[in-house]
Ligand binder design. Structure first.
Ligand code: TMP
Length: 212
């Protein structure tokens, strides 16, 4: 079940409006300029089946699913994403950058919705196995700033943004907890700065942690 990776798997995590998508594209360009094949992808989604599940998760009323149901859907999408996109790319030596991965499930469904975190760890083992990101960049910024940014580009994917501020505060604290517990893998990036400063901090983290 585990992909013997020869490429590198980098994940970007954070709350709403942290600027992950912009930074994924910039990091892709930067790593590409260093001669790597780079695949930029996202969760939920990143493969045809997983994108179908994404629609169920990000659209509709906030109370549509409880935390456990959401976690099951996210892990179903994640397994499809890994098998269809991430693992094949890593096997051929590409660097894969994912806009969100399993830390989002721990932060949103675990810390945010209160789903049992041991249960989430069990789902991870079942759906993902021993595979882990080589590096996780956690883009951190105040909740109100992030939600305001997210509202400015609001489309149909508003389900999570509509949850109360207190939920998003728990998500933020969850990401910081995850980083504190796993400092080998995680780097917290101050995402309240301008786009270029965030890009530079990310490049610095990638250079110091991985052999680019
Ligand atoms: P995005 O806005 O970064 O594309 O992510 C879509 C939403 O999905 C976002 O509000 C966070 C949420 N999400 C979870 O709740 N759990 C997860 O495991 C993932 C990957 C995303």
């Amino acid at each position: 079940m585990t992909a013997p990776a020869s490429g590198r798997f980098i994940t970007l995590e954070g709350g709403e409006g942290a600027g992950k998508s912009t930074q994924v594209l910039r990091l892709k360009k930067w790593l590409g300029s260093r001669g790597h094949e780079v695949v930029a992808t996202r969760e939920p989604g990143g493969a045809p089946g997983a994108e179908l599940v994404r629609k169920l998760l990000v659209e509709g009323p906030a109370e549509r699913w409880d935390g456990v149901t959401e976690a099951l859907l996210h892990f179903a999408a994640r397994r499809d994403h890994l098998r269809s996109t991430v693992w094949p790319a890593l096997k051929r030596g590409a660097w894969v950058i994912s806009d969100r991965f399993a830390d989002s499930t721990m932060a949103y469904q675990g810390y945010g919705h209160g789903a049992d975190r041991t249960m989430l760890g069990g789902l991870y083992d079942m759906a993902v196995g021993e595979f882990r990101p080589d590096l996780t960049l956690i883009l951190d910024l105040p909740v109100e700033t992030g939600l305001a940014r997210a509202a400015a580009r609001r489309g149909t994917e508003t389900r999570y943004e509509n949850l109360p501020v207190a939920f998003h505060e728990r998500v933020r604290a969850g990401f910081l907890d995850i980083a504190a517990v796993d400092p080998e893998r995680c780097v917290v990036i101050d995402a309240s700065r301008d786009i270029d400063a965030i890009e530079a901090a990310i490049a610095e983290a990638v250079t110091s942690r991985l052999d680019t």
